[in-house]
Design a protein around this ligand. Structure first.
Ligand SMILES: [Zn+2]
Length: 175
């Protein structure tokens, strides 16, 4: 059972075998379920590892949004275009560019959905999607950077496309 725990949860366990067994008995007694099997069966990767990937994605998008705003300020409030965004933002992101524009989970470049508009063309920048992940990138969620620079992890709740998700959540999608 000790070996099973190591293999399934993938982290070294500092507790001796007897202590694990005692804990298991305690939880089984009080919760009436085999909690260990439930945890091991549900998650193929440790929860902490999944969260670390999500946080890296959020941080990437925050840096991308910052570079995006710096570019926009330097260019009289004109947003990057669909064609030039990677080229112009590279100037602001330096060597980390390739990593920052890529979701750590899917390894795909983020989608950019604006195209050379003026920043003041938008009434509700906090609802306007600027960059987003592939649908399902983080299982039941994706990360989105909005025009005001904030980044959110958004649950799909059954949405199959970015259009559906935008409609469901009341986000503004320029396509
Ligand atoms: Zn992502």
């Amino acid at each position: 059972m000790g070996g099973y725990l190591h293999a399934s949860i993938g982290q070294p366990c500092p507790l001796p075998y007897d202590a694990i067994n005692a804990m298991k008995l305690f939880f089984t007694k009080y919760y009436g379920v085999n909690w260990l099997q439930q945890i091991a069966g549900k998650k193929s990767t440790p929860r902490s590892q999944k969260m670390a990937v999500d946080i890296t994605c959020v941080n990437n998008l925050k840096q991308l949004a910052l570079a995006f705003h710096m570019y926009t300020m330097d260019n009289s409030d004109t947003l990057p275009t669909a064609d030039n965004w990677q080229t112009v933002l590279k100037e602001y992101l330096g060597d980390a560019f390739a990593t920052i524009i890529t979701c750590p989970k899917t390894k795909n470049v983020y989608h950019y959905c604006l195209n050379g508009q003026k920043l003041h063309d938008f009434q509700n920048p906090s609802r306007v999607i600027a960059f987003y992940d592939d649908i399902g990138a983080h299982n039941d969620s994706i990360c989105i950077a909005f025009l005001d620079g904030h980044v959110q992890i958004v649950k799909l709740n059954g949405a199959q496309t970015i259009e559906e998700l935008a409609q469901q959540e009341g986000f503004i999608l320029q396509k």
